[in-house]
Design a protein around this ligand. Structure first.
Ligand SMILES: [Zn+2]
Length: 546
């Protein structure tokens, strides 16, 4: 991080890579001048004090070197207020997302925020600085305002009655997860790299030894114990992997089977013991091992399709018959939906219905908008018809639909949004929504524009929207979290270009990833995984499969 040169009063430069600075076009007071002695001296004073704080907090104890910020984080600007009468010059740092008037008065105040910027956290509530708490307070007030005055907008804004009936405590990681926004969860089917890409099931997630876990630690702070997918009779041993060698299931397509005799079959219609016996009759031990591996690979492909086409529920919240008695409805807190684990409170990608095209603004093509459509799940329902007996249950999801939009930074009033969209503060939607905006705004280069979440107008907003199982395409991942696992160089390129692509373009849809034969409801995750894994899967502590 440091470089040296021949100067005597040498400082070691510190770069703060992440920034939430807004680069406002109109600011109070005047810009600093390189030919003004006081300006130059004050800028250096701020840079040295802030860097000194960072060194104190995170540097080695015996480090005697002197540090200085190489620059303020992008979008922050130190400005000078000249008091003409007294002739003194005061310096303030502008750029915080709280607004163009918000400023830090001392380098010590800003050092707190700088420490947060170099941490893993993208949650402003975890920053101890003054401006962040003011910022959160303002967001809360604005939410209350939108809720109190629905007539200002063409479509009513969310009202308190629309709040989820069952709300997850958003600060706690749900069971089986390491946080709301991390990529991998226990019981999920994933790809892992072991010479080639293989399929496996996450059995357990454990913190890496020796690294203190900060709140909100990302996937890279954990080890993942994986059960290779194949067939139980092949007795494949579990392995431990780092997230850098893993990918969500929906990032790759499952190749077709290479063995003719397996075509047109499903995992359950194959006579695996007979097949295994035949393949392991080979007298040459090395050929026998290769045969075993081929068989494991074929079994994993077929097992994956079956798992993808199944679901199982956990944590029953309530149940009862509909007034006409036609359906029995069960509400759940969570579901293993195909390869993924999903909770009430999670965002999921959903298929776009036929919304009129005037909803699109000129920055986004229709396909971008479709990729963007996200449902914040408030209910997971299993519906079983009361007749005929034994009728197959169906699955549906309830929640409001949102998407990210890019709008002029200083004017996000509803009138300025594409028709049918209502701005919603990300804080009211949950951590994934907050992190997604933070990423997008940090990458955005055009200071006159910013990203926000918008409620996509629904036919009946009091009720939220109901979507059947096949409309749910898969989990919504925060762009930064997903891309830093599946393609860090690409994410880096987006940051450098200041232009973000839609990460869902790198994901398949659940409906396109199965074997074409719907499996439906299973008793639990262990039943869904069946003979495809060699170890006994146990559901994460804290959930009850029912
Ligand atoms: Zn802060």
């Amino acid at each position: 991080m440091a470089s040296s040169s021949a100067q005597n009063d040498e400082y070691w430069p510190i770069h703060i890579a992440r920034s939430d600075g807004q680069g406002y076009a109109q600011l109070d007071h005047v810009a600093l001048r390189d030919d003004e002695e006081q300006d130059v001296a004050q800028r250096e004073r701020w840079e040295v004090i802030v860097a000194g704080h960072l060194q104190n907090q995170i540097g080695p104890k015996d480090d005697k070197r002197q540090y200085k910020l190489a620059d303020f984080p992008k979008g922050y600007e130190l400005r000078c207020a000249v008091r003409t009468q007294a002739g003194t010059r005061d310096y303030y740092l502008y750029g915080h997302p709280a607004g163009p008037k918000a400023h830090y008065r001392t380098p010590g105040e800003f050092a707190l925020h700088a420490l947060w910027l170099i941490s893993d956290s993208t949650d402003n509530s975890q920053c101890p600085c003054d401006l962040c708490s003011k910022y959160l307070e303002k967001a809360k007030q604005e939410l209350a305002k939108t809720q109190a005055a629905p007539t200002q907008t063409q479509f009513p804004a969310p009202t308190p009655t629309q709040q989820p009936q069952y709300q997850q405590p958003q600060h706690q990681a749900p069971p089986g997860t390491t946080g709301w926004t991390n990529v991998f969860r226990v019981g999920e089917l994933i790809w892992y790299k072991h010479a080639a890409w293989r399929l496996g099931v996450v059995l357990a997630i454990t913190p890496k030894p020796g690294t203190p876990l900060s709140p909100g630690a990302s996937d890279s702070s954990y080890h993942f114990t994986l059960a290779p997918l194949g067939h139980a009779l092949l007795q494949q041993a579990s392995i431990v992997k780092d997230c850098q060698f893993m990918r969500p299931f929906l990032t790759f397509s499952v190749p077709n089977t290479a063995m003719d005799e397996l075509k047109d079959k499903t995992f359950e219609t194959v006579d695996w013991p007979a097949l295994a016996a035949r393949y392991t009759q080979e007298p040459d031990p090395s050929k026998r091992e290769v045969n075993r591996q081929i068989l494991g690979l074929e079994a994993s492909k077929m097992g994956a399709r079956t798992i993808n086409d199944a679901f199982s529920t956990f944590d029953l919240l309530r149940q009862g018959a509909t007034p006409d008695g036609a359906l029995y409805v069960q509400h759940y807190r969570g579901i293993y939906l195909g390869t993924e684990m999903v909770f009430v409170g999670d965002p999921v990608r959903v298929a776009s219905d036929t919304q009129p095209t005037q909803q699109l603004d000129h920055h986004q093509s229709p396909s971008d908008a479709n990729l963007n459509l996200v449902m914040l799940i408030t209910e997971i329902q299993v519906l079983t018809p009361s007749s005929p007996p034994g009728a197959r249950p169906t699955l549906q999801f309830k929640g409001n639909l949102y998407r990210t939009i890019r709008v002029p930074a200083n004017n996000t009033t509803p009138n300025n949004l594409p028709q049918g969209l209502v701005p919603v503060p990300a804080e009211s939607l949950g951590p994934a929504f907050v992190e997604e905006l933070a990423t997008r705004n940090a990458i955005e280069r055009d200071n006159s524009m910013c990203w926000t979440w918008a409620l996509v107008a629904a036919a009946d907003q009091q009720q939220g929207v109901l979507r059947p199982e096949h409309d749910v395409l898969g989990r919504f991942y925060v762009t930064e979290k997903l891309m830093s696992v599946i393609d860090p160089p690409r994410l880096q390129a987006w940051v450098q270009r200041g232009l973000l692509e839609e990460a869902p373009a790198y994901l398949n849809n659940r409906g396109h990833s199965g074997g074409g034969i719907y499996v439906g409801r299973r008793a639990g995750r262990k039943a869904t995984l069946g003979e495809a894994v060699g170890v006994e899967f146990s559901a994460p502590v804290g959930i009850v499969e029912n």
